[in-house]
Design a binder for this molecule. Structure first.
Ligand SMILES: Nc1ncnc2c1ncn2[C@@H]1O[C@H](COP(=O)(O)OP(=O)(O)OP(=O)(O)O)[C@@H](O)[C@H]1O
Length: 270
């Protein structure tokens, strides 16, 4: 069974803006997918459809085979966790514990089960020590971790994260990448939106490239090496690809790049 099947999706905002223009797309389970596109290309609008925050006006979306409609929103939200780009939109309780407990309580779990879910989720993101803190005075990175924990506490199979890396310092970014890697290895399907082509190149299994609400391309990260496609999408080819494009080497991240360059230089000096 596919994780997500989108067919002929169109969406107009009430003011008439056409934000999603006839998108069809299938996403397999247990993949890391990056939705890429310039500002206003429709990434957030598309992501908001995936857990029923926006109900399709035209076309359909199936999550694990279930067509999203007004009646099954609860079920869909259990399967698809949505982490907003601004954690402020997600954190509203007086303590981190209560914030993370909100989802499981809403699902009707008893307090012992809620406690287990909260502990597990906060441990996974390395934020257990924050549980009695009020969310509003946490740092951005801490808020992002707590908002991810709030979603993890409901144990969704699909996690959708809107711009999860924006505003994070390099250390917090690395920590978040580790959290996502762990979830991926545990079998989750991960979908992020980003403008960061370099990050998508090193992180994703597949890319979905949008422009003006239309699907330009969907496939492996090799798509990002296509200069004319990237120009169409108003994006740039990844820096690593630009550096290595005239060589047979195709590192996907700077660590790989450094190792390959090291080997090359060693060979030359012999
Ligand atoms: N509430 C709204 N009302 C009207 N138009 C909207 C609304 N939200 C978004 N749009 C428009 O829909 C289109 C897609 O916006 P969306 O936020 O989905 O793009 P995005 O790719 O996530 O952009 P960004 O990278 O800037 O976050 C844009 O033209 C935007 O102006």
């Amino acid at each position: 069974m596919k994780a997500i099947m989108i067919e002929g999706l169109r969406y107009n905002y009430p003011d008439g803006t056409l934000a999603i223009d006839n998108i069809s797309l299938t996403i397999e389970k247990q993949k890391k997918i990056a939705f890429l596109g310039a500002n206003g290309s429709g990434k957030s609008t598309l992501l908001h459809h995936l857990n029923g925050l926006i109900i399709p006006q035209e076309g359909s979306i199936k999550i694990m085979g279930n067509v999203i409609n007004k009646k099954n929103i609860r079920e869909i939200r259990k399967a698809v966790g949505m982490v907003f780009d601004n954690p402020e939109d997600q954190l509203f309780s007086t303590t981190v514990y209560d914030d993370v407990a909100f989802g499981p309580r809403n699902l009707g779990y008893d307090e012992d089960a809620v406690h287990d879910c909260v502990n597990k989720a906060l441990s996974l993101v390395g934020a257990k020590e924050l549980q009695q803190r009020p969310p509003y005075n946490l740092s951005l990175g801490q808020k992002k971790k707590v908002s991810i924990a709030g979603i993890l506490a409901m144990n969704p199979e699909i996690m959708v994260l809107d711009e999860p890396f924006s505003g994070l310092d390099p250390y917090s970014l690395e920590q978040l990448l580790c959290i996502l890697e762990r979830l991926y290895k545990e079998g989750n399907t991960l979908i992020i939106s980003t403008h960061d082509v370099d990050l998508a190149y090193s992180w994703a299994d597949e890319c979905v490239i949008l422009r003006d609400g239309k699907l330009l391309a969907h496939g492996s990260t090799q798509l990002l090496e296509d200069k004319s496609l990237m120009e169409k999408a108003k994006l740039q080819v990844p820096n690593l690809y630009s550096i290595f494009k005239d060589t047979p080497l195709r590192p996907k991240n700077s660590e790989e790049g450094r190792a390959l360059l090291g080997k090359l230089l060693e060979k030359q000096s012999r």
